[in-house]
Ligand binder design. Sequence first.
Ligand code: PMP
Length: 409
Amino acid sequence: MSSVDTSLSPRVNSIKPSRSVTVADQASALIQAGVPIIKLSTGEPDFNTPAAIAEAGIKAIREGQTRYTQNAGILELRQAICRKLKEENEISYTPDQIVVSNGAKQSIVQAVLAVCSPGDEVLIPAPFWVSYPEIARLADAAPVILSTRIEDNFLLDPKVLESKLTEKSRLLILCSPCNPTGSVYPKKLLEEIAQIVAKHPRLLVLSDEIYEHIMYAPATHTSFASLPDMWERTLTINGFSKCFAMTGWRLGYLAGPSHFVAACGKLQSQFTSSASNISQKAAVAALGLGHAGGEAVATMVKAFRERRDFLVRSFGELEGVKMLEPQGAFYLFLDFSFYYGSEVEEFGKIDDSESFCGYLLEKAQVATVPGSAFGEDKGLRISYSSSLDTLKAAFESIKKSLLLLKRPA
Ligand code: PMP
């Protein structure tokens, strides 16, 4: 019998699996085994796709819109995206400057693969969305992590950016509203960042705006490409998963200068071809719901805001917990490092975010994602895409489990 060579490519060996996915799998396995875990680890809205969007998808199937589409997406959708970007974001694109993909994640992978050469540096402010550094590695580029401070609302300090720029810097990734912190970049700060970017001819910016509509007033969204002289250098990423509760429809897009967008389209043509025809028809309906997603999206944002307010108020009353009031998205990043060093009977020592999350999973039966996955080990991420009642139960359980901790003297 011949033996099988089980070696894997260096490319796949160089990346880590998504930690938010592994936590979710671990929690699901416990639930299946009968443990009543409350899952606060999921990065998706708990709402169904709004009815008008779902109906458009059903209609597309009934009408036989079930074949491949143009590689970059149906013209009707790319035109609707251009209208949206003009009216809501003050950025002008033509339909040939849009590539629609199977989720924003694919749009990001293609963008990074299209612009980075081996050895290039991709600058990523931490805490970051788990996939950015791994996507940079997939492109044989080196992630360069830029630390931020809770005191600065986890926003990138332009001086830190300036200090890390080298000839190899190719791409700065900005995410606003941010997963996992909920921070929103104010226009003035983006303008300061743009001034630094403008001094470095090789540097491009990937602006991930996927949580754009999940925003709590008075915070407002600014698209990086709308800033003076930034259009040529910006790859704007957006999608339908979060704001329209369409994670399972797998639809996102990239907008940018023709040269880069064509390169992304070329990659997609050899990779997955077009996104789902049915989902594209549904996305046209989503963009037809009105400004910022109209009533349907406003209803979801109102619920997220109520939950955010509850969590910020409640965790604010606990000893040693530091946090930032999120201005957008549906995540709360909590700094529990005050409790590191604690010993717990029958559990052991808690000395980092992994062991802290492990403790919460075991004792509080609440699943959260450790901050180490996001490049900030002092904290953990809670997703408030669960009902207020579920969040109340989770909070009470976490509170009780904190009381059991014996901090070092
Ligand atoms: N960007 C960020 C910041 C995200 O949180 C996610 C999803 N977790 C994505 C992009 C990808 O979204 P999708 O592929 O579902 O469009």
